[in-house]
Design a protein around this ligand. Structure first.
Ligand code: AMP
Ligand code: MG
Length: 409
């Protein structure tokens, strides 16, 4: 593909954009929340085992508890000396050839060391007899104290996403309150004189505003719900006053449109005027080349994305979302790499982000089927895709099987 672009020398590589964002992003605050309001949140403290787990030798089968020595000496019938229910303090077995009826979850009675399942016994009056062929083994059906973890062990590291298993650990270890990431307040500013709302009458020369909704949905799907949508005209005073106001109340501003070379692309100019330091402008990539990133006077993160709806989603998935999650303290993991299902070629010295649909090949491995939009602005077909792969600027040919970093929508 022929390529000429005079702005090329000022552009930075996608990897450099990522590291500049990571080095300049603020760390968002934490807050203490009750356990019933932390589902989906990012943990911001380590979770330590309150006690040994299990905290006592726990019976793991309904049946009888006995002394294995008795069984080894050939005893097959035991006299019942009590019932140990779950939640009762431990009984003691002090009678020879005796047994205690036990329930799953109960403490193993003192003096017992083996549990025999009720299915392997027969009860007659106050005696229990083992089935003729049944041979128990010493110590069976006892979940030993401390065999899962020890008091003081770190069970969950800071940075984990709190899902059902993590919430179970919190509850089991006495964490009624827990320190989690506070959701940053985000403003999404959609610029453009041609844009009208989803539910407003639309003229033939106008288009409906969609970027702000798409961005909000992407953030919401990762637990970022404190989002304010704010349309703005391509008008200097209007842009200035809206950005100024949002900078006062929000931690993060995401703008779409107005960062390119058009006559009314005022966004970089207004951001500079309002004291937002430009960290970079333009990335050697397609789509999304005009992306702008900066830091506001109070450390606010400002992402100004080009208005092309494909660019908006690419830049958000590749840069904005990972940056916000890391700033909230989420553990950073390298992107998943998937193999291309068919070859791709791209001659321009730019990182190429290609929408893909994931599928499983015959061996069950996930591969990425490239579905590049026919035109740069065609987002009508993106709903058939799962995310993007990043094809590096240093290569021109990407054979089938080429492993590329994958970023989901
Ligand atoms: P811009 O970056 O402002 O030059 O916009 C690039 C293209 O994206 C133009 O065709 C815009 O009409 C379109 N566009 C900008 N903002 C939005 C939006 N919020 N929703 C849908 N399309 C948009
Ligand atoms: Mg515009």
């Amino acid at each position: 593909m022929p390529f000429s672009d005079t702005s090329l020398p000022t552009m930075i590589a996608s990897s450099e954009a990522e590291s500049l964002i990571r080095s300049r992003m603020p760390r968002f605050a934490t807050e203490r929340r009750p356990i019933d309001r932390v589902g989906g949140a990012i943990l911001r403290q380590p979770i330590v085992a309150e006690r040994d787990q299990p905290p006592f030798d726990r019976v793991s089968m309904d049946g009888i508890a006995v002394r294995f020595d008795d069984v080894a000496q050939g005893v097959r019938t035991f006299s019942l000396c009590g019932v140990q229910l779950a939640g009762m303090p431990p009984l003691t077995l002090d009678q020879q050839h005796g047994c205690i009826e036990v329930m799953t979850g109960a403490v193993l009675p003192a003096g017992c060391d083996t549990v025999i399942a009720v299915e392997q016994t027969r009860r007659h009056g106050s005696h229990v007899t083992l089935d003729p062929d049944y041979r128990p083994s010493a110590g069976q059906f006892i979940h030993r104290r401390g065999s899962d973890c020890r008091a003081g062990d770190i069970l969950i590291d800071s940075g984990a996403r709190l899902r059902a298993p993590e919430i179970a650990v919190l509850a089991a270890n006495g964490y009624a309150q827990v320190e989690v990431a506070r959701e940053p307040g985000v403003a999404i500013l959609g610029t453009g004189d041609e844009l009208v709302a989803v539910d407003a009458p639309v003229a033939a020369w106008q288009i409906r505003r969609s970027n702000d909704r798409a961005l909000a949905a992407m953030l919401a799907s990762r637990g970022l719900g404190d989002v304010r949508l704010q349309p703005v005209a391509d008008d200097l005073p209007a842009l200035r006053s809206v950005i100024e106001r949002e900078l006062q109340t929000r931690d993060v501003l995401i703008l779409s449109g107005g960062v390119s070379m058009g006559q009314r692309d005022y966004v970089p100019e207004v951001l500079r005027e309002l004291g937002v330091e430009c960290v970079f402008h333009k990335i050697a990539q397609r789509p999304g080349k005009p992306m702008w990133f900066g830091i506001g006077p109070q450390g606010q993160a400002v992402f100004a994305l080009p208005g092309n709806p494909v660019s908006v989603l690419v830049c958000a998935a590749r840069y904005v979302l990972p940056a916000l999650l890391e700033a909230m303290g989420q553990r950073v993991s390298a992107p998943e790499h998937v193999g291309l299902a068919s070859p791709m070629a791209y001659a321009a010295p730019l990182t190429w982000f290609v929408p893909v649909r994931l599928q499983q090949d015959d061996s069950g491995t996930r591969t990425a089927v490239p579905l590049p939009p026919p035109t740069s602005g065609d987002f009508s077909h993106l709903s058939q895709t799962d995310g993007i792969v990043e094809l590096p600027a240093t290569l021109q040919q990407f054979p089938a099987g080429f492993r590329a970093a994958y970023y989901p929508w």
